[in-house]
Design a binder for this molecule. Structure first.
Ligand code: ATP
Length: 239
């Protein structure tokens, strides 16, 4: 479904990704874990076209999308829920969600019914449903983060990139976000997840990759990575 081969990325002269390869098969949830500064967000940005890769390829269901503009990649069916709270503050929750569906309406073959997906998004995120008429800028930080995630889902994408959806959330909302991710997985949504909570990410994922200083150091089924001595010590807080 999503295939990354030898991806390289740099900011100016500083190379951050040194040629990473990973696969996200259809219907699977794959997680990318790594320490701060390892290059996880950069990987997501290079996949979705927010930055141009320096080398390598990004293939989305067989189509080479490497280096395309982000709106074309979105139209090809890839949704990116970026780190942080990127919502349109002066628009209502509902309008933010409807805007999420926009790129897909310009696809050659528009997929699904927007109204139906709006209801599904409200269903998945009951907090947003209660606040659907509220201006997005007046939501709490955690609610805005959920809105960013729900908006990505509104694209009805082939693949969703979720960058730290739990960042800065109170524990109760972190649990809610992971429940939502698990539900999306049950619905067969293909996802690549970057998470600071490595243990929770490995619990919900099918497969995991460990990113260290811009290179993949380890990968395997999530259930095995959870018990890998190096992963336990470095990322799961084990001794
Ligand atoms: P975190 O978990 O802290 O978010 P990360 O694994 O997502 O980290 P990145 O945000 O991808 O890491 O950053 C990788 C490296 O690239 C870091 O050394 C960072 O300082 C650098 N970097 C990130 N964005 C930029 C930028 N816009 N300009 C220059 N350097 C950058």
């Amino acid at each position: 479904m999503l295939s990354i081969q030898n991806l390289q990325a740099a900011y100016g002269k500083v190379e951050v990704l040194h040629g990473i390869s990973l696969e996200v098969p259809k219907g699977k949830l794959v997680t990318l874990i790594g320490s701060n500064g390892a290059g996880k967000t950069t990987t997501m940005r290079a996949i979705s076209g927010m930055i141009k890769p320096k080398g390598g390829t990004v293939t989305l269901h067989g189509v080479d999308v490497t280096g395309m503009d982000s709106h074309r990649i979105a139209r090809a069916g890839l949704a990116h829920s970026p780190e942080g709270r990127r919502v349109f503050a002066t628009m209502s929750v509902t309008d933010n969600l409807l805007l999420g569906a926009f790129p897909r309406l310009t696809r050659a073959r528009p997929k699904g019914d927007v109204q139906c997906d709006l209801e599904r998004a409200m269903d998945l995120f009951p907090r947003l449903k209660e606040r659907r008429h509220q201006l997005a800028g007046t939501l709490s930080g955690g609610e805005q983060q959920m809105l960013a995630m729900a908006r990505a889902i509104m694209l009805n994408p082939e693949v969703v990139l979720l960058d730290e959806p739990s960042m800065g959330l109170a524990p109760i909302l972190v649990d809610e976000v992971f429940r939502i991710i698990a539900r999306l997985k049950d619905e067969g949504v293909t996802m690549l997840l970057v998470e600071q909570f490595a243990a929770a990410a490995l619990n919900v994922a099918d497969y995991g990759y460990v990113l260290e200083n811009g290179s993949i150091s380890l990968h395997g089924p999530a259930a095995s990575l959870k018990h890998d001595a190096k992963v336990v010590v470095a990322y799961l807080g084990g001794a």
